[in-house]
Design a protein around this ligand. Sequence first.
Ligand SMILES: [Zn+2]
Ligand SMILES: [Zn+2]
Length: 174
Amino acid sequence: MAAIPIILQVVIAFFGAYMIALWFSMIVWTYYDIRARSQDLYVHIFATALVVVFNVFGLVLYLILRPRETLAEAYERSLEEETLLQEIEERPNCPSCRQRIQADFVLCPYCHTELKQRCPRCERLLLPKWDICPYCGNTQVPNARRIEPHLPRTSLAPAPATTTTTTTVIPARQ
Ligand SMILES: [Zn+2]
Ligand SMILES: [Zn+2]
């Protein structure tokens, strides 16, 4: 039996040690990676065992199967979505033309619909359908006015035979 040259033995030893270190690193990396992506203990065990048993091939399988987002990314995304949703909800629309308006607009700048009225006593803004002022208790607020969408100023021609003007009432939402 021919003795293996010493140099070859050293090379094999180094290569083997490197492979073991690589395998171990992959196991550790997978463990930390899956912990960042899932809270399920069984998923942690399964993912780590995949690399322990199948080595590089297990790692490839893990990379295919692992959750796309880390928990931190998913949390950040849900926060972002929530903020966006809140912004959309908070920004009011004109009840007549649905354009975005500011909460303290008195008139819609796009369709000239009256959005708010002023309390005659304290001058604060009230919804047109309120008949008392919640700020100063004034009960002499011109009651529940119906909102007429004003026609754009460019339409100077007389409106074609409409005897009843269309009226819009601001929805109860505020
Ligand atoms: Zn409008
Ligand atoms: Zn008032």
